[in-house]
Design a protein around this ligand. Structure first.
Ligand SMILES: C[S@@+](CC[C@H](N)C(=O)[O-])C[C@H]1O[C@@H](n2cnc3c(N)ncnc32)[C@H](O)[C@@H]1O
Length: 231
């Protein structure tokens, strides 16, 4: 019998659960980065918000999935972690496993993150705001740093260039400091250099400086670049 993940198309947006350690590696986060007001959008079931707030950071997560009842969301986080792990294992050749060590360790890290997210959702529901790009319910310049992991470019098969531009402009509106988006490949590992280049040009034309910054984290082969915006 085939599992849905054995196909070459990832179904619905995966509600994945990355940890603070993964966010630190992906976005090259320094301790200083964790001092300001931070937006994680999409937050998904990541434990970044829970873990960073526990260290004294001021992080808010935004994601449309937070409109679900908390019990349902906690269960979904675990089920989606299994779906993601199955997908990654079924397509293991697409990935570099050195950061994680093995598919098993990857699964353990994601499950721990999903559980931590679920506990934090109960303890601090106000940190999790139901909202969808490209329209966020935050005043201008509400944050000093915005992180966007695994929505833009990842789902370029269903989110078009106009959505990407509108989403990045919205992140730039609510964030006075850097916006960091990763990865710049889609969920099948395809590079989107033309989309990245055209978005950078349109952003620069609107006075938003952009930069491609290398990261030491690479899971999809070749996905070692972060798009950085500086409004
Ligand atoms: C692959 S997860 C990434 C979660 C988290 N950033 C991480 O790296 O683990 C993608 C998330 O994007 C969310 N999403 C889908 N459409 C969105 C939109 N228009 N605006 C913001 N988030 C969206 C989904 O609900 C899902 O939780």
């Amino acid at each position: 019998m085939t599992h849905p993940s054995d196909n070459d198309v990832l179904g619905e947006f995966l509600v994945s659960a990355r940890s603070l350690a993964e966010y630190r590696a992906i976005f090259t986060l320094s301790d200083a980065d964790l001092h300001g007001r931070i937006l994680d959008c999409p937050g998904g079931a990541a434990s970044f918000t829970a873990e960073a707030n526990a260290l004294g950071a001021d992080v808010t997560a935004a994601d449309p999935v937070y409109a679900r009842p908390p019990d349902n969301l906690r269960d979904l986080a675990i089920a989606e972690t299994d779906r993601g792990s199955h997908w990654a294992t079924a397509h293991s050749a697409r990935y570099r496993w050195d950061w994680y060590g093995s598919p098993q360790r990857h699964r353990e890290i994601r499950h721990a993150a999903a559980r931590r997210f679920g506990a934090d959702l109960s303890a601090h529901p106000g940190r999790y705001v139901a909202a969808a790009l490209p329209s966020l319910p935050f005043p201008d310049d509400s944050f000093d740093l915005a992180l966007s992991s695994h929505l833009l470019f990842t789902y370029a098969d269903r989110l078009d260039a106009d959505f990407h531009l509108a989403a990045l402009l919205e992140l730039a509106r609510v964030c006075a400091g850097e916006i960091r988006a990763y990865p710049l490949v889609d969920h099948l590992g395809n590079q989107h250099d033309d989309l990245v280049a055209s978005l950078r040009k349109e952003l620069e034309d609107k006075g938003i400086r952009t930069e491609l910054r290398e990261t030491g984290y690479e899971f999809h082969h070749g996905a070692n670049t972060v798009l950085v915006l500086r409004p």
